[in-house]
Design a protein around this ligand. Structure first.
Ligand SMILES: N[C@@H](CCC(=O)N[C@@H](CS)C(=O)NCC(=O)O)C(=O)O
Length: 210
């Protein structure tokens, strides 16, 4: 049994989606950001970074959503939702998962938590810089999908598409949301139509960007 510590619509969403796509038995534990439960000493023992997600696998906590996505994909390689070691598209898969984790997701962190990156009176400048980084990322991702889509790896859906779409969703209240880019919008519509996406909305109580 897997146990996911989550907050609705946050970085834990991709892990929740992946578990549903892979058909894995799991339980969910809500981490209430309203009461700062992510900074509670008990939770910090699982994840000293004080963020979600944390996934309990075989009794031990593992965190970082990209690591969890890769781990679940490789532990359930038989499901065919992630290229196995040696597969032709393994490099492309790792490239994009790591790009989303290292470049796109941190820019969102800067957008949502600008004061983590500088003094309070610089927050607007931090967000403006984050906005430009995020929009530049959508330019590149849209060009990739237009040339090689409709999914991130081409013709076939993979767990990577869930990660990309979760990040797209985070831009929904930005000046230029990701789905204004045509090829990105095509991917978003495909992922939103999947039962896993709809189930996560139901279970996590999400409404926006349905
Ligand atoms: N690098 C981490 C980042 C996780 C992260 O930033 N989670 C956010 C929600 S999207 C969080 O827990 N925020 C609460 C906080 O920072 O107090 C990952 O990918 O798992």
């Amino acid at each position: 049994m897997l146990t996911l510590y989550y907050s609705p619509g946050s970085a834990s969403m991709v892990v929740h989606l992946a578990m549903l796509e892979l058909g894995l038995a799991h339980e969910l534990r809500l981490v209430d950001f309203g009461s700062l439960a992510q900074k509670d000493p008990e939770y910090l023992r699982l994840n000293p970074n004080g963020v979600v997600p944390t996934l309990i696998i075989d009794g031990a906590p593992v965190y970082e959503c990209a690591a969890l996505l890769l781990l679940l994909g490789e532990r359930h390689a038989d499901k065919g939702l992630a290229p196995v070691v040696g597969a032709a598209d393994r490099g492309l898969y790792l490239q994009w998962v790591l790009h989303l984790a290292n470049t796109v997701q941190p820019a969102f962190r800067q957008w949502f938590y600008p004061t983590d990156f500088g003094p309070d009176d610089q927050a607007d400048a931090m967000r403006e810089y984050a906005r430009r980084r995020i929009e530049a990322a959508w330019d590149r991702l849209d060009a990739h999908l237009a040339a090689h889509g409709p999914f991130m790896l081409g013709a076939e859906f993979s767990l990577l598409d869930l990660y990309a779409t979760m990040l797209m969703r985070w831009s929904r209240n930005m000046p230029k949301p990701a789905d204004r880019w045509p090829a990105i919008n095509g991917l978003a519509q495909r992922i939103k139509a999947r039962p896993s996406w709809q189930r996560v909305y139901e279970v996590e109580g999400l409404t926006e960007w349905a």
